[in-house]
Write a protein that binds this ligand. Structure first.
Ligand SMILES: [Mn+2]
Length: 297
């Protein structure tokens, strides 16, 4: 039993502890994270370079990644040295509602993997970035946007491109997305069709959810609006290397350290060189000789 004196002394301690707990909880609740996905080792290289691009522009936010068993153990080790959180998602072997949904729609396997980004509920808000994107300037202001914010897809601008989007992690939303996928499917067979159907109000409801194209410059090999690129190119914040413009599919000369793009003009060439510079400086030194031979020849 404590004496009255001890009790008086305990009060500040208790107060301090309460304040500390409150502060700690507040910090945990307000954490934000960039989230990406890698399903194999090639995309893991993309994810590693993406992570270093975020560190280079001095982001204040955490880095999280979803990986599947298609990523090898040595590559996973590399990923763990750069990302704050690595979540392994094994869609096909799981015995949860994802598995059950997949039984009906096996073609949506990869889509479902990306949907797992909603399960990072330890973060208040997240920005998903495809592993084939590269961040050129700090864009931490994206976390001020609400779910679901994204940039228009150049192929059909009434749809958003799902390579970059702001969202709020939630088990509830994750469950709704799975149910939606199971019952309605996706009009393009992938995550972009599904997310555009689920967040269909994006196209005409709230312009603040329309991100500038500079946050997701989808680089097509035949860029169709060159004067705009010339005018606004320097504002580019995130570039998205789709299809044949993927950096790891280009030929790279290990002696000159220069990349030769097989498609696209000089603008693409410069961006690809930036990707390879980050790769050579930050990623390459961590890879084993075996991995280097495999990826750079
Ligand atoms: Mn992509």
């Amino acid at each position: 039993m404590s004496s009255p004196t001890a009790s008086r002394c305990d009060t500040p301690a208790l107060f301090r502890e309460t304040v500390w707990r409150t502060l700690t909880l507040t910090v945990v609740r307000t954490d934000n994270a960039w989230v990406t996905l890698a399903t194999n080792d090639s995309y893991s290289l993309g994810a590693l370079v993406l992570a270093h691009s975020l560190k280079t522009v001095k982001t204040a936010h955490k880095l999280a990644i979803l990986i599947t068993p298609g990523v090898t153990a040595p590559m996973k080790q590399q990923i763990e040295t750069v990302f704050d959180e690595v979540k392994v998602v094994d869609v096909l072997d799981s015995r949860d509602q994802t598995h059950l949904a997949l039984m009906c729609r096996p073609e949506l396997g990869v889509t479902f993997t990306k949907l797992h980004c909603w399960t990072f509920t330890n973060y208040d808000k997240c920005v998903f970035l495809d592993a084939d994107t590269l961040v050129l300037q700090n864009c931490d202001e994206l976390f001020e946007r609400e779910e679901l914010s994204a940039a228009p897809d150049p192929g059909w601008p009434d749809c958003f491109n799902s390579g970059v989007f702001v969202y709020k992690p939630s088990q509830d939303t994750f469950g709704q997305l799975l149910e939606f996928a199971r019952t309605k499917g996706s009009f393009d067979g992938g995550d972009q069709g599904l997310l555009n159907m689920f967040f269909k109000e994006w196209s005409n409801t709230d312009i603040s959810k329309h991100l500038s194209f500079t946050y997701n410059v989808v680089w097509s090999s035949t860029y169709s609006y060159l004067p705009a690129l010339k005018q606004f190119g320097q504002n580019m914040k995130i570039v998205h290397f789709i299809a044949s413009s993927k950096p790891w599919l280009q030929s790279f000369n290990t002696e000159t350290r220069l990349v030769t793009s097989t498609h696209g003009g000089s603008g693409l060439q410069e961006l690809l060189q930036l990707w390879w510079d980050l790769f050579c400086h930050h990623v390459h030194p961590g890879l084993s000789t075996e991995m280097v031979t495999y990826y750079t020849t």
